[in-house]
Structures are given as structure tokens and as C-alpha cells.
Design a protein around this ligand. Sequence first.
Ligand code: BTN
Length: 242
Amino acid sequence: MRNDKLDNLTIKEEFSKKGLELDFVLGSFPSTQKYAKTLNPQKDTVIISLSQTQGMGRQGRSFLSNEGGCYFSIIKNAEKDVLRDIPLMSVALSRVLEKYGCACQIKWPNDILIKGKKICGMLCDVSGGKSVLGVGINVYNDISPLADIATSLYAEEIYDVTRSRLIAQVIYEYYLLREEDFSIIRDEYQSRLSVMGKEIKLVWNSKAYQGKVKGITKEGFLIIDTSKGETIFMNGEVEIVK
Ligand code: BTN
């Protein structure tokens, strides 16, 4: 916590160290995702909040967003390969957290785990030609309400994180990955995929499917070898059965 700073000046410095040319807005927003969706900026812009009172998760769930974490949403043009956003951000987050000494696993489709517990969640919304990619990272925030299922960098004994730097590192890595060939990212993604090669149950739209995970498509969809042959899933809740 020694060098932690999340203020306009430090964010500006950290973005500039990484050569990031995005605009940013720092504030206390109920949800950066909701706020970002009301904007239509000329250039890519990051909305950062110190905490959120209405943090949004997948499937209409809420996302714990108390003081001490990193909560941000990137607004950008929705390119045709917007579906890659979450897989790219998953790899970006994993690379950065690993630099802090944390081995990461990707819980398809939207979470990053450390030792089986969630440290990050992501969300991507597309509307009106814009996409909003939201990221929440548990850093110093109190995760005790979710202690069984969540962790934070602090809980993993990583005490010296500057949140402005962490946000800049993640965004830098994400933009770098966007330039790379997806086959490289896919291999890296699959090497961290928590369900890779495992027998899983997937529930989507109140239907349950079971099979062995073969990997992901270039769009980040999950490929499962079910009793009906290889099936591709865009979304769902997964659980390892064996
Ligand atoms: C999930 O775990 O289901 C997705 C969580 C996404 C949380 C981030 S925090 C920043 C952005 N603003 C929100 O309201 N949600 C996303």
C-alpha cells in the first residue's frame, strides 16, 4: 500500500510512461460501465472509479466494488472483431498479474482466478457503434464478504501495487495484444484456461450440456466435445465435473 496512488496526476504520468494516448476520466461513478455507455467520445477513453455503488457483473449480477480496487471501462469503436475483447483482456490481465508474481488461470468466459479464487471480472457491452470493455480487479479492497470465492492482490501478499500503474499496465498490454495474431493469443489463453481438457457441465439458457473441453475458437467461444459431437458455446456457466 506504500506507493499506492490513484489520482489524476499519477494516472497521467503512468499513461505517459507507457505511451498511452487514451483520454481518461477519474471519479466516483456508481458504475463506470453504465456511465461509459452514455458517452460518445472522439477517441478511446477510460472511465475510472475509486469505488462503485452499482458495480455490474455478468448476467445482471452485481460486482463488489469497494474502495481499494481498480474499476475501469474503456470506450472505443466497436470493430468487427469486438468478440475478441474479453479473450484479449483476459490474456492482458494474466500477463500483468503474473509480473506481480501471481500465477493466473482464466475462468471462461470472463474471470481471472488466482489459486481458484476470482481476482478480476470483465464485461463487454456493444451499443451504437461503440464498445465498452469493463474491468474490475481486487487489489486492496476488502473481499471478506466473498472470502470463499474471491481474492485480491493484497490477500495474495502483494502489498506494493500502485493502482494507477496497474491500470496503465493492463491497458497497455491489451492494446499490444490487439496487434498480434490471434493464434498466438489463443495458445496463451488455452494454456491458462482452467477447464482445458476437463469434463465440464455448462449451463446456458436453462439447458445443461456436458463434455470435454477442447479449447476455444478464434473468437473466444468454448469448444466442448459433447455426446452430440463438437459443440461451440458463446456463453454459459461452467463447472468441472471430473
Ligand atoms: C463479472 O465478474 O461478472 C464482471 C465484472 C465486471 C466489473 C467491471 S468493474 C468496471 C466496470 N463497471 C461495472 O459496473 N462493471 C465493470
